[in-house]
Design a protein around this ligand. Structure first.
Ligand SMILES: [Zn+2]
Ligand SMILES: [Zn+2]
Length: 288
């Protein structure tokens, strides 16, 4: 069992640095609502797609954590930089945390299981306890493949640098409203949709596969997270780049990976598939 998250899940000590930063972003998100215009709203949507869609779903998760497909290193690094724009930490810490989640899912040592309460799984695990998951050296143990890259070590230590650069750029281009929408509200929305994968999709939805955890397929979380809500499929087949296995399971990240495949940019793509045989009314799983 890992020792990083055990003390966290037992402790109730407030993690002040993390709590204060998350709190400030939430205040900014509320302030953003008073400065609405379509221009800043559109910018926030595009940034959400870049940071949470390409950075987290396609980058941190399906590419870096599970290596479910390959792309040229420059594009992989670019996805990782986009991932830092979500306030979800650097790639080594994120990947290590998520790999531990898969190893210990809904058992002791899982960083964010709803078995410790829905609030804990959603945000409590970050606000309380002795979180030391920003320790690059410690987390590298769970992501040795990433720790071989000096770039990832640097990015993990200085994951806040791209966010600062983006913040200054948005302020210069569009003033306070663009900062509030493009950074604060967009980041808070992205944090909660990502956290829903940890909380909601381990509580609510259908279970296609009898996995050893509580993971579920949740369509509305999938809609908010570029397909990450097909979480029971994912726990059953973590090396599949495709999470929405049936034709009706909308999975935007999988569509984007297929676009990259069409242009011969993405290779070695893991794919689990469900085909429904109409006469037998049975779902057949194929993997390759
Ligand atoms: Zn899970
Ligand atoms: Zn995963």
């Amino acid at each position: 069992m890992n020792t990083i998250f055990v003390r966290m899940s037992n402790g109730q000590k407030v993690n002040w640095p993390v709590s204060v930063v998350i709190g400030i972003f939430h205040l900014g998100a509320i302030a953003a609502l008073f400065t609405f215009n379509w221009y800043v709203c559109g910018a926030a949507v595009v940034l959400y797609w870049l940071a949470t869609g390409l950075g987290i779903s396609m980058g941190y998760h399906r590419l870096l954590t599970h290596r479910s497909y390959k792309v040229p290193l420059l594009l992989e690094y670019s996805f990782a930089v986009l991932g830092t724009l979500t306030l979800e930490g650097g790639p080594i810490s994120w990947v290590a945390t998520h790999r531990i989640h898969h190893q210990q899912s809904d058992r002791p040592g899982d960083p964010h299981s709803p078995r410790h309460g829905a609030f804990w799984a959603h945000i409590g695990w970050l606000l309380f306890g002795e979180a030391n998951h920003s320790n690059t050296k410690k987390m590298s143990k769970y992501a040795p493949d990433l720790a071989k890259h000096r770039f990832y070590i640097w990015l993990n230590n200085y994951h806040w640098v791209p966010m600062i650069v983006l913040t200054v750029s948005l302020y210069v281009i569009g003033g306070f409203p663009l900062f509030l929408w493009g950074i604060c509200l967009r980041v808070v929305f992205g944090l909660h949709t990502t956290w829903l994968v940890n909380s909601a999709t381990h509580m609510w939805g259908q279970r296609r596969f009898a996995t050893h955890d509580d993971s579920r397929n949740n369509w509305w979380v999938a809609l908010l997270t570029f397909g990450e809500g097909w979480h029971n499929n994912h726990h059953a087949h973590p090396s599949s780049a495709r999470h929405g296995l049936a034709w009706y399971e909308f999975d935007p990240s999988w569509i984007q990976i297929r676009v990259l495949k069409f242009f011969r940019i993405a290779k070695s793509i893991g794919e689990a598939r469900i085909t429904i045989e109409p006469c037998r009314r049975k779902e057949v799983l194929q993997t390759r």
